[in-house]
Design a protein around this ligand. Structure first.
Ligand code: EPZ
Length: 462
């Protein structure tokens, strides 16, 4: 696994990608296990003393951070290829020493509050904080835990939750979320599995990652019904056992590959995927002029040479995913016509626009709606991804641009895309990964790939 933090202390060395645009892609690209599912399945290991054996776990820095957190709580973790074997020793399990920097580095880690509270009856966990894409509050998690009988306070930038009563056991309740939240649904779902009695979650998030979690919990002995719909019912049980579980394919990575094919006007086969998880995305690609062939576990995309603009509005699943908004915007900068792209999930998820503009894209923003006027080509530039998905969108835009682009911000990319440049190179892209001095990169002349290749000769080890 590539180290991204990088780099020698005191130096300004940073990793970056060099992408030669205009290369066609072809063949088959493999999708890894879903980051956003794996992270929460790992947290669910805190619900049992028995062994949880996860397969198809992607190798990502976010997974490393979650592994460190579980270790800090007393879990024992072993990695074998794409498998992760986790065992939590009940005598060591503790929530008192959760390192602030780790919880801050990974918002998904906050869902650990659910299983920890259910197991220990008491938790002290650092506040996850906001992030670049929005403020990302945790009120739905907290209100839900209170409804299950916990007292919850915020003190010194930590959330303190406690179950009162002799048994220190949460009690099932009917909870209606004010907004559809993936994280809050996961927190409450895990907490309720060990609560006394029945819990009903109304207006629950319906994302495939929630269905994956419910399936694994049921294999561990939980009684969960309705995951994937907006109402989930959980009958609490006394304890949960171990499980062997294969993480679902990453629908966002698969969607990124579909858009990579479309933006380079290249035919591509993508697998493994669960096509139903990507319907909102494939529909928009079809409307734009891509032919999509479905089979049980793969998708084949054949884009027309000339694609046309389509409008998108992000919504919770089964709507168009916010995590593919930036990648789809990259595609829309290269098609015929004007498209309106509206972000409704996060208030600050349009920062990639400025980077696209540096590549010659014509985009204006009003509120959270971008108007993108497609043009024949983008021009290469030195660009920086500000979050995981915008960084992936920079890679896609660079694949379609004239010339050689430099992409920085890889500490974001490595959080959620396993070997992205290596995978794309296997199907025809020309991307190299190196480290150099940040200042030097932006000043370099980017005229010829040959020159680049001489300068950036390190191999991509991701
Ligand atoms: C998950 O974040 C994903 N992360 C995100 O992916 C994804 O963008 C997001 O869901 C939406 O699909 C993981 O699964 C680890 P939410 P999450 O709670 O759970 C509001 C990526 O790039 N809200 O569903 O944190 C919130 O502000 C990441 O892989 C509250 O108001 O998102 C937002 O507007 C980025 N109060 C909306 O709900 C709360 O208590 C959806 O957030 C919780 C959320």
């Amino acid at each position: 696994m590539q180290s991204v933090s990088g780099l020698k202390t005191g130096s300004i060395l940073l990793p970056f990608l060099t992408v030669k645009g205009g290369e066609g892609l072809s063949g088959h690209i493999k999708v890894s296990g879903a980051k956003n599912s794996a992270l929460v399945l790992m947290a669910a290991s805190l619900l049992t003393n028995e062994i949880l054996h996860l397969r198809n776990v992607p190798r990502l820095t976010d997974i490393e951070v979650m592994s460190k957190l579980l270790k800090a709580m007393g879990s024992d973790l072993k990695k074998h290829s794409d498998a992760l074997i986790i065992r939590t020793n009940p005598l060591k399990l503790s929530s008192n020493n959760l390192p602030y920097e780790l919880v801050h580095a990974l918002r998904a880690s906050f869902v650990c509050i659910g299983p920890l509270l259910a197991r220990l009856g008491e938790v002290r966990i650092p506040m996850p904080g906001g992030c670049k894409i929005g403020s990302r509050p945790i009120d739905e998690h907290i209100q839900g835990l209170r409804a299950l009988g916990a007292s919850v306070e915020i003190q010194d930038d930590h959330v303190l939750a406690k179950v009162t009563g002799e048994q220190k056991r949460l009690v099932g309740a009917r909870i209606r979320f004010n907004c559809k939240s993936v994280g809050a649904t996961q927190t409450l779902l895990m907490a309720a599995t060990l609560a006394q009695g029945k819990t009903i979650l109304d207006n629950a998030a319906q994302e495939p990652e929630i269905q994956d979690l419910a399936m694994m919990l049921n294999n561990m002995g939980a009684k969960v019904r309705g995951a994937g719909t907006s109402q989930i019912t959980i009958e609490g049980v006394q304890h949960l056992g171990g499980s062997i579980h294969k993480v679902i394919p990453d629908r966002i990575e698969a969607g990124t590959f579909l858009i990579a094919a479309a933006i380079t006007r290249s035919p591509l086969t993508i697998s493994p995927v669960i096509p139903k998880h990507l319907e909102a995305v494939t529909r928009k690609l079809q409307n734009s002029g891509c032919l999509i062939q479905y089979s049980r576990e793969s998708l084949r995309i054949v884009p027309r040479k000339i694609l046309k603009s389509v409008d998108i509005t992000t919504h919770p699943f089964p709507g168009f995913p916010t995590d593919l908004q930036a990648p789809f915007m990259a595609l829309m900068t290269t098609v015929e016509g004007t498209s309106k792209i509206k972000e409704t999930i996060f208030e600050n998820r349009m920062q990639h626009i400025y980077q696209f503009q540096k590549m010659g894209a014509k985009i204006s923003l009003e509120g959270n709606t971008a108007s993108v006027i497609g043009s024949k080509s983008l021009t290469s530039a030195s660009i920086t991804g500000g979050d995981l998905r915008s960084c992936a969108a920079m890679v896609l835009a660079s694949l379609a641009a004239d010339g050689i682009s430099i992409i920085k911000g890889l500490e974001h990319l490595d959080r959620g895309y396993e070997n992205l440049s290596l995978k794309l190179n296997k199907i025809g892209a020309c991307i190299s990964r190196s480290q150099s001095q940040a200042q030097e990169i932006s000043n370099r002349n980017t005229k010829t790939l040959e020159a680049k290749q001489n300068i950036y000769s390190e191999t991509d080890v991701a």
